[in-house]
Structure formats: C-alpha cells, structure tokens
Design a protein around this ligand. Sequence first.
Ligand code: ADP
Length: 463
Amino acid sequence: MTTLEPDDPRLRHEASNRATRLATAGLAAVVLCLAAVSIFAAYTMQTQVGRAKHDEALHSRYGEAILAIHAEDSSMVEYLLNPSAQRRVEMNAATNGLIDAINAIEIFGGDADSDVAKGVMAVHDEYVAVSARVVGAIDAGDADEGLRIELFEVDPLFAAMTAQIQAATDDRATAALTTFAELQSTARWILIESPVIFLVGFGLLFGLWRILERAHRATRETYREIEQLSKLRSEFVSIVSHEFRTPLTGIQGFSEMMRDETLSMPEMREFAGDINKDARRLARLITDMLDLDRMESGRMTLNAEPVDLNRIVSETAAQFRLSGADHPIELHLDPSLHRMLGDPDRLTQVVTNLVSNAIKYSPAGGAVELRTERSGKAVTLTVTDHGIGIAPDQLEKVFDRYSRIDTTQTRTIQGTGLGLPIVRQIVQLSEGTVWATSELGQGSVFHVRLPIVEAARPAPLAA
Ligand code: ADP
C-alpha cells in the first residue's frame, strides 16, 4: 500500500476540491438567504404598506362619519328654526348620509369597526325615533315641545354617537401611527441588513475566486510536474538503454570473438575479464536503480552500527587507487573523529559515488581531495575535485533522479543520473545534509554533513 506525502498533488487536489465545494455551498447559502430575506422584506413591507393605507382610509371614513353626525345635528336645528318641507328633505338626506357613513365603516373596517358601527347605529335608531317625535310636535304646531325634545333627547344622542365615533377614530389614528412606525423600522432594518448580507456574499465570492485561482494554479503545477516527469522518464529510458547497450555490446562482441576465433589463453583471459567488467557494470546499474527505488519509497532502512568514517574513506580511496585511477587521491582525515553510529555499506556507497564522480568529471586529471572534519556533534566529509565544475543553477538539480547536465564535456562521460540521488537519500536517512559548491571549469566540492551519534565504546582511528 502506498502512503501519500503531504504535498502529493492528489492530496492538494482533494483539499482544493473540498475547499471549492465548501465555498460554493457557502455562496449558494448566502444567495438563498439573500433571496429569502429580500422576499420576506418585500412581503413584510407590502403588508405593512397595505395595512397603513387601510388604517389611513378607515381613519378618514371615521372623519366622514363625524362630519355626517354634525350635518345631521345641524339639519335638525335648521328644521326647528324653519320647519319647511325643503328642510325636512335636507334632514332626511343628512340622516341617510350618516347611515351611509356608518355602513361604510362597517363594510370597510374589521370586527372592532363593525361593533362600533352597530353601537352607533343603535343610538342612531333611537335618534330616528326621537326625531320623528320632533317632526310630529312641529307638525302639531307645538314648537316648544319640538325644541325641548331636541335639547334634552336629541342632543345627548348626538353627543353619544360623536363620543363613540371619536374614541374609535382615536384608536384608528393610533393604529395607523403604529403601522407607520413598523414600516419605518422594517425599512431601517433592510437598510442595515442588506449591505451586511451583500458584504458577506461578496466576501464569499472573493474567497471562491481565490480558491478557484489556487485550484487552477495547483492544476497547472501538476501538469508541469507531469510534463517534467514524462520528460525525465523519456530521458531516463534513453540514458538507461544507452547504459545497458554499451556493456551488452561489449559482452556480445567479446563472447563472439571467443566463440569464433582461435585465441591464446592470455587473450581468452583478457576477453573474459572485459566481459566480467561489463557484466559488473550492468549489475551495478540495476542495483543502483533498485536501491534508489527502495529508498524513495521508504522501504530501505539503515543498519546502524559503530563505524569509523575515516576508515571507510581511506578504504574507498585505496579501492580507487587499486583500480588504477589516474587521479591522485589525497586524504585529510580528522584524528579527533571517533567511531559513530552509521550503516557502513551505505556510507561506503556515499563516498564511492562522490569519489567516482570527482574522477569522472575531471577528464583533465587533477587531485581528488577527501577531507573529514569534526565540529561538535557533527562531522563534515568533503570531496573536492579540479574538474569541469557545475553551473550555479544546476547545483541543486544534480541531486534529482536521472538528472544529468548535458554539455559537450559531459556527453562523452557515462552516467545514469542515479549516483547523487542515492547519496542524498542515504544522507537524509542518516539525518544529515548534502550540498555542492562549485565553480565552472575550476572544480566542485561535495559536502556531506552527518550528525555524530557516538558509539558506546570509542575505538582507535584508521591510519
Ligand atoms: P551520473 O551517473 O550521471 O554521474 P550522478 O547523479 O552521480 O549521475 O550525477 C548527476 C550529474 O551531476 C552528472 O551527470 C554530472 O553532470 C553532475 N556531476 C556530479 N558530480 C560532479 C562533479 N564532481 N563535477 C561535475 N559535475 C558533476
């Protein structure tokens, strides 16, 4: 089962998709809220405006009713002053006018208005009966009786009707004022809430835009990585096929000569040696590939034991001298360096790869210098050569898998781009760091800094 690194593109995509979904849902919720608030506010305002208009209209109906009461009262007085047929008609018209006004209140108003209208009408019915007695007294020529009835019976009835209508009018005026106040507070609420909701929506929109931007950037980055990986893969295929073909061609050629030609024993030995060298090269290539794969996938662990780094360095140098390296190898080993914990095979691999590179990339010769230096709880191993050097912008890249610097000088030098990535993996597994400094045409220095975890018992140093 493979575990995903925190910066794995798949995890990045998953996280950005989740963020996009969240922001979109948030935005949709805000838009829904906005719509709901707008509809609710519009509905509330419309209802309140309708109620205010209705209260206002009802209020004016009550006003009309008061006017009608006054008109009826005046028509009665005028009839008493001048009891003509014309005044009788006007008196009846005033009575009808009041009845219409009261009916309008009952039709237009609610239950409370209907009660008021009924109460007023009951009093008015009394008035109609009393007014008939006034008319009867006048018709009988008893003006005094008519005046008496008017003063002591009609006037109190008008006063009672006016009082009822006036009280209801005041109630309606208060209701109209309350409705207006509510309308005003709704308008104020909308004025304050709307910008806040808009701001939240805008913030979310902005956030969504940022998230989408980041998602696009992550996608572009992933595409770039894929492109780079695909480029590296094709480069690797061509490097590896070239690296495999070279020793295979040697093995094929030498073995054909051994098969087809009559050779002396020393010649046979020489060819067999060449075949053996090529076979070893192939085996090393495969081992390197498998090692790096195991290290990068975390399947390789170090076998830590007390090691003498100075001894490893001097033995590796001796190996290179033995194998006939033309380059003088100089050692500057720190005598204060005691045994420390480390994996001897892997540390040997680090020194071997660095020395092998120092020799390979110094085609014009020159000394290779190996130095160990202890400082506190760490040791630094440096491998210095006087070869072709590395351009500043390549100093980091050379540690990447299959990465080879392609120049006219390096083109003829065999390599797979696996040596330094292996070095870096081993050093990182040992909790150390590795870096390179260089000057083009002057040579390179590879620095390996390892923490010193002291072995239990100090041991003598290598010569
Ligand atoms: P390779 O098998 O190609 O040597 P490495 O991973 O060991 O693979 O090195 C990667 C690249 O770094 C090499 O192809 C070479 O271009 C550059 N390089 C490594 N060591 C040196 C050095 N000492 N001097 C100059 N260039 C170097």
